[in-house]
Design a protein around this ligand. Structure first.
Ligand SMILES: C[S@@+](CC[C@H](N)C(=O)[O-])C[C@H]1O[C@@H](n2cnc3c(N)ncnc32)[C@H](O)[C@@H]1O
Length: 174
């Protein structure tokens, strides 16, 4: 499942990658945005109509309303978690845990602060998103986030990326 697809180019990459590994894979792509879902449906209709792909406009906090418990092997997101405040991040992790199969994996990259300087960059990003893009995002500390991962029942590993505050995480449901 690709959670918070963003745009059709990301969907295209994801579908190519997954079907390159397993051409019979069942793929679910979700986003809360009308425009994003319209663009992805158009792509899937034009390029991937024989494949088993569900494209759904839904809030990720309601995944369990249409996905069977413990049925998903892999959840991928990118630049998605900053859309959730601390309370909603907890709810999102509970949803993910609920739909993920035993031993299932979650992968993503997102921005987290490790020190005061990163916090400053985070506040600046939040401000730019609000003032210039009209989008509300949240800045989270690595410490809070890793504590949440553990409390939510996942093992994880974290790797730095080329962007200083961006960290790549892989979580496994335990
Ligand atoms: C930054 S974009 C993702 C970018 C994408 N991964 C890429 O690489 O192009 C984040 C997406 O998450 C979606 N989103 C935000 N909150 C959401 C929610 N609660 N449920 C589902 N999608 C959500 C937004 O509509 C947006 O399309």
């Amino acid at each position: 499942m690709l959670c918070g697809v963003g745009n059709e180019a990301t969907a295209d990459e994801f579908i190519k990658f997954v079907t390159g590994k397993n051409k019979n894979a069942k793929i679910i792509i979700i986003d809360i945005g009308d425009e994003q879902i319209r663009a992805v449906r158009k792509l899937v209709g034009a390029k991937y109509s024989p494949l088993d792909i569900i494209v759904k406009k839904i809030n990720a906090l309601e995944l369990d309303s249409f996905i069977k418990k413990h049925s998903i092997d892999w959840i991928e997101t990118d630049g998605f978690l900053e859309y959730f405040d601390q309370r909603h991040l907890r709810l999102l992790f509970a949803q993910w845990k609920n739909v993920l199969a035993e031993g299932g994996v979650i992968t993503f990259r997102d921005s987290f602060s490790k020190n005061k300087f990163d916090e400053l960059i985070g506040s600046f990003r939040v401000w730019i998103a609000r003032e210039w893009l009209g989008v509300t995002v949240f800045s989270h500390s690595k410490k809070f986030f890793e504590n949440l991962i553990e409390l939510s029942g996942f093992n994880y590993c974290a790797e730095p990326t080329l962007l200083p505050t961006f960290i790549r995480y892989t979580l496994i449901k335990t």
